[in-house]
Design a protein around this ligand. Sequence first.
Ligand code: ADP
Length: 380
Amino acid sequence: MMVLRRAAVKMSAGYEAMPRTRLGSDARLCKTSGPVFAPDGFTQLIELRHVGKTYQTATGAFQALRDIDLDIRRGEVFGIIGRSGAGKSTLLRLLNLLERPTQGAVRIEGQDITQLDAPGLRKLRQHIGMVFQHFNLLSSRTVYENVRFPLRVAGELSRSEQQARVMEVLQLVGLTDQARKYPRQLSGGQRQRVGVARALANRPNLLLCDEATSALDPETTQSILRLLLEINRTLRITVVLITHGMDVIRAVADRVAILDHGRLVELGDVIDVFLNPQAETTRALLAESGVETESWHGSVGESGRVLRLTYKGEAVALPVLSRYGRELGLDFSILQGSVGRIKDMPYGQLTISVAQEDDARVAQLLAALTGHGIHHQVLR
Ligand code: ADP
């Protein structure tokens, strides 16, 4: 199961000392009985099938989500992006049943969570951490008490065990020296670190982040994003985050879902979505965040081919274009080019025009590029 596949974790002694076999199955953490998760063998952590959500409002039924089908993989950072009102919060809240779907199934490790009884649901929620945009800290309690709160609610650790766990997660987020302070005495970034520590207290395997950086300045946003990434990588916790900012997606997410008016309009690896957006909404969101998605404006001569080549990962370093161009006797000029990095992945994108009209040789060139993992689109 999910946690069995984890490597030993160095970041936190508690995680090392207490390897768990499945979400919520550690006897010291979960005294309630009943199966929450199915046996080994699921490659997906979360599956949504034909999920819909209809709210009943004073003016009638409102469908906030329609026919959502998606899988979230173990260990990934999964981003959900869309404009205000697109249905992001509703979708996130379906994952811990703060909202119940009105259509379809939400399965975690193969089990339809809408079928859980009250103890099962409590156990599920205990092992899903949530981080909020406005931190949601108790203002009259110290940092220490805020982080201890979910441990008290769970009621499964002794007082000294709770204390050890609180200090452990405060260390994880870099706030050991702030334990006795009150939220009002902290900066926004520190408050969010408390929010993250609280979300980690019960050793979740899934962390839901609801616009976790939207209330923070750009620098603090970066530090919180780095923290989330570190948590994902070191503790191997699956992270699902919602945001309206492509920058957040670009910095931390592995895959992304784009929502528009309650519909899933695009889903894919972040790098592919950035480099080859398919949906109009995606292109608009990218354009608003300053990402150029139109690499060619049709302003070259009448003849020849125009190709867009996308390189990523190791292909970035290969001199294949010049080599095959030379071998095939094809001349080309570069119309546009960009290089960069999305999360950890270096990429390059080139738009070139090939002067010759010889389609057979162009086809040979494209086949050679494909053989080296270079994606192409024929723009003209
Ligand atoms: P987002 O997070 O993308 O801004 P939400 O999921 O919060 O979007 O909301 C999606 C739509 O559902 C919005 O039009 C919102 O007004 C509506 N909505 C959200 N919660 C409720 C509710 N409890 N009752 C009625 N309508 C709601």
